[in-house]
Write a new protein. Structure first.
Length: 167
């Protein structure tokens, strides 16, 4: 007695409905595209958007460095604040004048051409720390009370070689 198995091949093909499969594939595609986060490795992470809208034509700045001088007496009290050869005074308003002069030099806050400008602070040895910090903050920008944001002027600050202490 021998058993024979006979395989039966289906005579009909099984068909998959293509329209729903295509619709599901598009849904997956849109889902992953919308959730995809990309970044550019060449992007400068320190770049900031300007607070004001850029002008259509920006004249080139012919300034490479700005020299700010802070002179003080033996006790470290401010006696003179200078911008280049211009005397700005020795009161608290002198720092506001410094801020206004720097803004006039760069044209507008956030000017991309101001990224190459560098401020050199030349302070006397005895100068109190608060005057140096005030000069740095007035050179780098100002707080805009309307937008509640900092309007950036210049970001590069360096210090001149130190002077000898006054005898």
């Amino acid at each position: 007695m021998s058993l024979r198995f006979r395989l039966q091949h289906p005579t009909q093909k099984v068909e998959f409905p293509m329209a729903p499969l295509i619709a599901v594939m598009f849904q997956f595609l849109f889902f992953f595209m919308l959730n995809l986060t990309t970044f550019n490795r060449d992007r400068d992470l320190n770049s900031r958007l300007p607070v004001t809208l850029p002008a259509l034509s920006t004249p080139p700045l012919n300034i490479s460095s700005i020299k700010v001088g802070i002179r003080s007496d033996r006790d470290g009290n401010l006696t003179q604040l200078t911008l280049g050869s211009k005397n700005l005074g020795s009161d608290d308003a002198a720092f506001d004048r410094l801020n206004g002069e720097i803004l006039a030099m760069i044209g507008r806050p956030g000017n991309p051409l101001a990224s190459d400008i560098e401020v050199e602070i030349d302070a006397d040895f005895e100068t109190q720390y608060k005057y140096v910090v005030k000069a740095i903050s007035k050179c780098t920008g100002r707080f805009d009370p309307d937008t509640k944001q900092v309007a950036r002027y210049i970001e590069k600050i360096k210090f001149a070689p130190s002077h000898k202490p006054k005898a």
